[in-house]
Design a protein around this ligand. Structure first.
Ligand code: SAM
Ligand code: SF4
Length: 327
């Protein structure tokens, strides 16, 4: 079992499989000039499988595949097939922009990979195009509807962006009204590859909730697992639910059960902190099992208590793009 220096059990790995993406969401990365990792810097599929197996042996029982856009990676299904057969791994989830998942939906279902988070920051076509800087609206909605129809456990993640999509908060809830999905609103974080910087936000979790409750006063707060980052609610008459994730305010650090490994093998124990180790060379070297386990255990044994504490020791944090961290 992996237990950190603040007695928190770490059982959830967020594994980024690429830093590349076919969209250019303006809160995530700049439109151009991004220095993507070279192929040889990325973990190969074999290495991703090996790392996952090792982490599951150490006590990880949930893996979320993220990126960049995971489906940009042509060999992604190979990794998912491997994960599906991994004893001890109870939950395989994917975070995706839903542009490229279409052809894989059937196989994902066969593999039992049914937890899919779809990032969607606009219901309005033009706004979607402006925020993502790409014209993929129809494809995303087609795939989103197919995932819902096929019975996937879909969560729609919407980043609330001051001046960009705050008037979409209420229209976005239409999805939860019509379908059994969870629509989650996230505070914007300052990870965007240097496109803009900020040290406070106007649209924090309180303001998001106030906005929703002004339109829908008849709601119920739901019980959520202790490790959940979202506070969840159900509006009377809606098939689905909604949630709010205070990712900037960071009210959930006390129960954080997450470890991040990036596509380049960086080990990140807090989103707001510097990588604590890199396992790429270790996994390629001799005694890799022992070396990777030791590096991960050491990183977990030296974890910041909160995102604020991690940030104090990391003044360049805001130049990072979420595409290299994985969200
Ligand atoms: N490409 C996939 C997607 O968009 O779902 C997976 C990777 S993306 C980096 C993972 C998550 O990070 C997405 O839900 C995205 O909205 C979120 N994200 C990216 N930049 C962010 C930022 N500056 N603040 C908050 N969330 C952000
Ligand atoms: Fe790509 Fe996801 Fe970042 Fe948008 S949020 S640019 S889809 S990695």
């Amino acid at each position: 079992m992996l237990i950190d220096n603040h007695n928190r059990t770490i059982n959830y790995l967020r594994l980024a499989v690429t830093d590349r993406c076919n969209l250019r969401c303006n809160y995530c990365m700049p439109s151009e000039g991004i220095r993507f990792a070279k192929k040889e810097q990325l973990l190969t599929t074999e290495e991703l499988c090996k790392v996952s197996e090792l982490m599951v042996a150490e006590g990880i029982d949930k893996i979320r595949i993220t990126g960049g856009e995971p489906f940009v990676r042509k060999d992604l299904m190979q990794l998912l097939r491997f994960l599906a057969g991994l004893e001890g791994l109870k939950d395989i989830s994917i975070t995706t922009n839903a542009t490229l998942i279409g052809p894989h939906i059937e196989e994902l279902k066969e593999l039992g990979v049914t937890n899919v988070n779809v990032s969607l920051d606009a219901i309005d076509r033009e706004n979607f195009k402006r925020i993502t800087r790409r014209d993929q609206y129809d494809l995303v909605f087609h795939n989103l509807h197919q995932l819902i129809r096929e019975g996937f456990n879909v969560r729609v993640n919407c980043i609330v962006l001051d001046g960009q999509n705050t008037d979409e908060i209420i229209p976005m809830l239409q999805l939860a009204k019509e379908f059994p999905v969870s629509v989650r609103f996230l505070e914007e974080m300052p990870f965007n590859g240097g496109s803009k910087s900020f040290d406070h936000i106007r649209w924090d979790h309180r303001k998001i909730l106030e906005t929703i409750l002004a339109a829908y006063p008849d709601y119920e707060k739901l019980q959520s697992p202790a490790t959940s980052t979202s506070v969840n609610y159900k509006i009377a008459g809606h098939k689905g639910t909604f949630g709010i994730i205070p990712s900037f305010s960071r009210t959930f650090c006390g129960s954080c059960n997450r470890l991040r490994i990036t596509a380049k093998g960086d080990v990140i124990t807090c989103l707001y902190g510097k990588p604590k180790a890199n396992i790429r060379d270790l996994i390629r070297g001799e005694d890799s099992t022992e070396a990777v386990s030791r590096a991960v255990r050491q990183a977990i044994g030296n974890r910041a208590k909160t995102g604020f504490e991690a940030q104090e020791n990391f003044d360049t944090v805001f130049e990072n793009s979420m595409t290299s961290i994985g969200g």
